[in-house]
Write a protein that binds this ligand. Structure first.
Ligand SMILES: [Zn+2]
Length: 294
């Protein structure tokens, strides 16, 4: 949703709460503590409407348990920040958000990190032909054009640098999932793939990288040898390499100085944006996920 529509549709907290209540509960307000629907709206003048549960006696609002819980920031600013984040090809920095929304940078940074945290959600296991790969995020190598003469060793790349290793998988529909890896080992990659890819209906495609061999032990595994060719019949990892290229531009674009501190958040944002590219309303999907808590 574009900024003008967000600004017009959600001018105050009341309009935002009404929207969130409709998305979260539909016609049936539900206590988030005991799931009872025997609830009643409190009759007091609060910024955010509160409800009482007649079953467990707790009070709650539509924000309980969500990223907006106990926020002091007006909800229209949250909605604008979500729209600015989703619409930007590269992620807006907290300084940019602070300027756009007239707030201090620390609050803008916290808000942006919570927005990124809400971009993670459970999904069914991937199936079909799944590409898996690893990439290193961070500074580009210095003296990139050095070719490894006797006096000047070749500039290190990937492993051997302080760049952040990231594991990723992509299914045939183009849905991608990625996360930073603590260690560059077959064990870590295998664990990551097992969480995301169904063993039964899958062929795993990787390059000849040794860490992938372990992942290939539990499911059919096809390897493309990049030293020989980049596509070997149907075996290729070009789609996920396209994602790495996008994600690296995104990573370097706005967060040059802080990218090493919170790599998971930025990777999650890249995945969400790529996965939402064919979505009618990424804003609607984001808000639905953000309030879809038990
Ligand atoms: Zn209750």
């Amino acid at each position: 949703m574009d900024l003008i529509r967000v600004f017009t549709r959600f001018p105050d907290d009341e309009a935002c709460v009404e929207h969130l209540e409709r998305v979260r509960w539909g016609d049936t307000p539900t206590c988030p503590h005991c799931q009872s629907t025997n609830v009643g709206r409190r009759n007091d003048e609060r910024r955010i409407a509160r409800w009482n549960c007649r079953t467990c006696r707790a009070s709650f609002s539509v924000l309980s348990g969500t990223i907006f819980h106990k926020t002091r920031i007006p909800l229209p600013k949250w909605f604008l920040a979500i729209s600015l984040t989703l619409n930007a090809k590269k992620s807006p920095s907290s300084h940019q958000l602070a300027r756009d929304l007239d707030m201090n940078q620390k609050s803008a940074w916290r808000m942006a990190m919570q927005i990124r945290a809400a971009m993670v959600h459970e999904r069914e296991l991937m199936s079909g032909i799944v590409e898996a790969d690893e990439a290193f995020f961070g500074r580009k190598p210095r003296n990139r054009n050095r070719h490894g003469d006797d006096d000047e060793p070749k500039a290190p790349r990937g492993r051997g640098t302080r760049n952040v290793p990231v594991d990723g998988v992509m299914d045939p529909s183009g849905h991608v999932a990625a996360q930073p890896s603590a260690r560059v080992t077959g064990r870590d990659l295998h664990a990551f793939i097992e969480c995301l890819v169904g063993k039964d209906a899958s062929v795993l495609m990787t390059d000849q990288w040794p860490a992938c061999r372990r992942a290939g032990r539990t499911m059919p595994h096809a390897v493309v040898d990049h030293a020989a060719r980049y596509v070997d019949g149907f075996i290729q990892v070009n789609s996920i390499e396209g994602f790495w290229a996008l994600a690296k531009r995104f990573w370097m674009g706005s967060h040059n100085h802080c990218s090493h501190q919170h790599p998971a958040a930025y990777i999650v944002e890249s995945c969400f944006k790529l996965n939402a590219r064919n979505h009618d309303s990424p804003f609607g999907a984001f808000v639905r996920d953000a309030v879809a808590v038990a």
